[in-house]
Design a protein around this ligand. Sequence first.
Ligand SMILES: Cc1ncc(COP(=O)(O)OP(=O)(O)O)c(N)n1
Ligand SMILES: Cc1nc(C(=O)O)sc1CCOP(=O)(O)O
Ligand SMILES: [Mg+2]
Length: 213
Amino acid sequence: MTRKEKTFPYQLYLVISKNDCKNKNMLHVAEQAILGGVDLIQIREKKLSYELFLEEAARLLEITTKYGVPLIINDNINIAIQLDTAGVHVGNNDIAPTQIRKIWNEPSKLIGYSIEYMDQLKSDDCIVSDYLGISPVFLTPTKKDTVTEWGLSGITKIRKNTDLPLIAIGNIHKENIRSVIKAGADCIAVVSAICSAIEPQKAAFELKNEILK
Ligand SMILES: Cc1ncc(COP(=O)(O)OP(=O)(O)O)c(N)n1
Ligand SMILES: Cc1nc(C(=O)O)sc1CCOP(=O)(O)O
Ligand SMILES: [Mg+2]
């Protein structure tokens, strides 16, 4: 399967971890988010051991499978392979997309790749990826080790230089989501706007409605 044969019909992307859900149950938040309109989920656990990450991802996979929502694993290609998830998301400090294609020989699997520098757009890693994360659109307390705050003008600039689906991430919420879509993003990824919401289902529904306006 070539990238051209793959579609990317996802518009609202939840990136989730136990920690980001604070006192709420992560699996419940994920299920509520799906019911509210999230159509792609990434599990991102930066501090768990392999075994605990695997266990948590397996539980989440049961829920995402029930609803037909693809699950993406952050960083850890071995967990993605072991659980046969829909794909993996990596950045500049992780295993490169070209390497992933060599060890995970399943063309249908989705690879997401974070863009922190314009030069990356010319790389083979982009060629083998299925979507690009605009990393970040706005500075966010959820992830502080970022390089370039792209802003809305950055989205437009990246849009002009690639046909790949663009996922905007970083401090996106109900009030600014429309402007991010207008600037050229295909899909919006959020952590806090859903994980920190009192009612995650309602929050997801409102975000999705803004995207579809
Ligand atoms: C959709 C999406 N975009 C960007 C990122 C960031 O990935 P990365 O740069 O590898 O940073 P960490 O998430 O590993 O801290 C992402 N996870 N998802
Ligand atoms: C997981 C992640 N990656 C980012 C990047 O810039 O690559 S920003 C981020 C966290 C986004 O969280 P929130 O929606 O709470 O701002
Ligand atoms: Mg990473």
